[in-house]
Design a protein around this ligand. Structure first.
Ligand SMILES: Cc1cc2nc3c(=O)[nH]c(=O)nc-3n(C[C@H](O)[C@H](O)[C@H](O)COP(=O)(O)O)c2cc1C
Length: 274
C-alpha cells in the first residue's frame, strides 16, 4: 500500500529511519521493515526516506535520488532581516509575473507542513490581467449589490465606502492594483484546513519576498467572498467542501523600504513549574 522498499545493497542498518518515524512503526531487524499490519498507520510523511543517509529507502513510489538535496542553511542574519523588513505591499508595478515563476513558488509553498500530513492545500491563482480585472469587478459589484439590496451588514459598510471610492475615482483600495491573487483553500475533511492554508501562504510570502515580489494578505476579499457573496467561491472553481484559509495579493513592487518598522508587538512570557 505505501510501497516501503529497502535497497539492501545500500542500507547500512543505522536505524535512523526507524528512530525518526513519527508513528514509530518501522521495525529494525537486520534491515528496516514495515509490516502489513502497521502500513495503515503510516501518514506518508516520507521522513524515513528524507532521513536515510545513503538513499536506501523508498516509500510511496518515490526514488530518494530524485529528492532535492539539502543545501547549507541561509545565513540566519539575512533570514532575520528579511522577516523584519518584510512589509505589506500596496504599490505594485503594472506587470504580469512569469507563470512558471508563480507555479514554482506555489510548488515550494506546498512543502509547508499540514496537520496529519494531509497535504490538501489548493492554490487558486490568476496569471493574466484580464482574469484579475474581471474578478475585481465581481468583488466590487457584489459589495455594491449587497448594499443596494440592504444585505450589507453594518460592520461591512466600510467595504461599500471603498467600492464608492473605486466607482468614483478609480482608486483601488481593496486590491491596490495588484496584478495577481492567490487563494489558499483546503477540504473541510482535512484535520486543519485553515491552518494548513495560512501556513502555506506564509511560506509563499517569504519566498515571494526573496524574489523581490511584494505581497498583501487580504481579509477584505475573503470577507466579500464568504460573508457577502459566497457564489463567487464556486464561480472561480473552489470546491464546495473547501474552506478558504486566506487570500494573498502579489506582484512586482514599486516600493523599496530602506529600513524596518520598530515592532511594538513583542509579548513574550515564560513559565516555570516547580
Ligand atoms: C490576516 C490579515 C489580513 C489582512 N487584510 C488586509 C486587507 O484586507 N487589506 C489590506 O490593505 N491589508 C491587509 N492586511 C495587512 C495588514 O494591514 C498589515 O499587515 C499591517 O498593517 C502591518 O503592516 P506590515 O504588514 O507592512 O507590517 C492583512 C494582514 C493580515 C495578517
Amino acid at each position: 500500500m505505501v510501497d516501503f522498499k529497502i535497497d539492501q545493497e545500500k542500507c547500512i542498518s543505522c536505524g535512523i529511519c526507524a528512530n525518526d518515524c513519527p508513528m514509530r512503526i518501522i521495525d529494525m531487524d537486520q534491515y528496516p521493515s514495515l509490516t502489513l499490519e502497521n502500513e495503515p498507520k503510516c501518514i506518508q510523511c516520507q521522513h524515513c526516506m528524507a532521513a536515510c543517509p545513503v538513499s536506501a529507502l523508498s516509500i510511496v513510489g518515490k526514488n530518494p535520488e530524485e529528492s532535492e538535496k539539502t543545501l547549507d542553511l541561509p545565513d540566519s542574519k539575512l533570514v532575520d532581516n528579511m522577516i523584519k523588513t518584510r512589509r505589506s505591499t500596496r504599490n505594485y508595478k503594472d506587470e504580469i509575473l512569469d507563470k512558471n515563476l508563480i507555479n514554482e513558488m506555489l510548488k515550494t509553498a506546498s512543502y509547508a507542513p499540514t496537520g496529519h500530513n494531509d497535504n490538501g492545500v489548493r492554490f487558486t491563482a490568476t496569471y493574466d490581467k484580464e482574469s484579475m480585472s474581471k474578478f475585481k469587478e465581481m468583488i466590487y459589484s457584489s459589495i455594491k449589490s449587497a448594499k443596494e439590496e440592504g444585505k450589507l451588514a453594518p460592520e461591512m459598510n466600510f467595504l461599500y465606502q471603498l467600492q464608492q471610492i473605486w466607482e468614483n475615482t478609480g482608486q483601488d483600495r481593496i486590491f491596490w492594483d495588484a496584478p495577481h491573487i492567490v487563494i489558499a483553500s483546503s477540504s473541510n475533511k482535512n484535520v486543519t484546513p485553515i491552518e494548513d492554508s495560512i501556513i502555506a501562504l506564509s511560506y509563499f510570502e517569504l519566498l515571494a519576498n526573496s524574489n523581490n515580489i511584494g505581497t498583501l494578505w487580504n481579509g477584505m476579499i475573503k470577507w466579500t467572498m464568504e460573508a457577502i457573496d459566497p457564489s463567487l467561491i464556486k464561480k472561480i472553481g473552489i470546491p464546495e467542501d473547501h474552506k478558504i484559509g486566506y487570500i494573498m495579493l502579489f506582484g512586482k513592487t514599486n516600493i523599496k523600504y530602506p529600513r524596518a518598522i520598530q515592532s511594538n508587538g513583542i509579548d513574550i512570557h515564560s513559565f516555570t513549574i516547580s
